[in-house]
Design a protein around this ligand. Structure first.
Ligand SMILES: [Fe+2]
Length: 235
């Protein structure tokens, strides 16, 4: 390469890297820039770690948020870069969940599901929902007690790790559960719909305080439900 053309090559390369670094600050594992279209994020916890005591203890909350949830977010974002995934929003990711690697699928579910979980709980929550959501629950399940019974059953019968959900699907409310970090918005999920409530029944959500007694954790969780958030999602 002649001197002039070498100089031009170097100059153009610098220009390309400079433009790429404006598009994205992230580098793939190979060390070159990839135009990342979307990254998952972790919501700020809406309350202190101890705020859900005595039903969920502060240490469980801290580990759950700073270790488990943070790891899902970090892992999915790394995988988006290394696997060069160009979906632009959560919906595109969930619509194509069955085509994604286990690493992306599991970690994007973990990222989204926990963001949702923190928001549908609050200190001094629970009680009977009123207004439109209260009516929708009574209309769909017969009564609030029947709804609680059915949701509790979904949470208790989910074998291993997973989530129990209240969803709205085609104008109706439904209860069900998903395994691992799947959720009802993923294309391969048997339970489909827009989540209104979600309950994490992984052991990491309750084991420190409740050990094997998932039933007590689920029973106490009703005192934390943020019905205002569920109502917002009902539309
Ligand atoms: Fe969890």
């Amino acid at each position: 390469m002649k001197n002039i053309s070498r100089r031009k090559f170097v100059k153009d390369s610098v220009k390309t890297v400079a433009v790429a670094s404006i598009v994205t600050p992230l580098l793939s594992s190979e060390g070159y820039a990839w135009p990342v279209a979307f990254q998952f994020s972790q919501v700020t916890l809406p309350y202190p770690y101890a705020a859900l005591e005595p039903h969920i203890d502060a240490l469980t909350m801290e580990i759950h948020y700073t270790k488990h949830h943070a790891a899902y977010v970090k892992n999915v974002n790394e995988a988006i870069v290394t696997e060069k995934i160009s979906y632009e929003n959560e919906k595109e990711f969930f619509d194509h969940a069955s085509k994604l690697s286990s690493k992306v699928k599991n970690n994007m579910g973990g990222a989204w599901n926990h963001n949702f979980f923190w928001q549908v709980m609050k200190p001094n929550g629970g009680g009977m929902p009123s207004g439109k959501i209260g009516e929708a629950i009574s209309g769909s399940f017969g009564s609030f007690d029947k709804f609680k019974e059915e949701f509790t059953k979904a949470a208790m019968t989910r074998f291993g790790s997973g989530w129990a959900w209240l969803v709205k699907h085609e104008g109706k409310l439904k209860i069900g559960s998903t395994p691992n970090q799947d959720n009802p918005m993923m294309d391969h999920s048997e339970l489909k719909g827009t989540p209104l409530l979600g309950l994490d029944v992984w052991e990491h959500a309750y084991y420190l305080k409740y050990q094997n007694k998932r039933n007590e954790y689920v029973a106490n969780w009703w005192s934390l439900v943020n019905w205002e958030e569920a109502a917002k999602r009902l539309g």
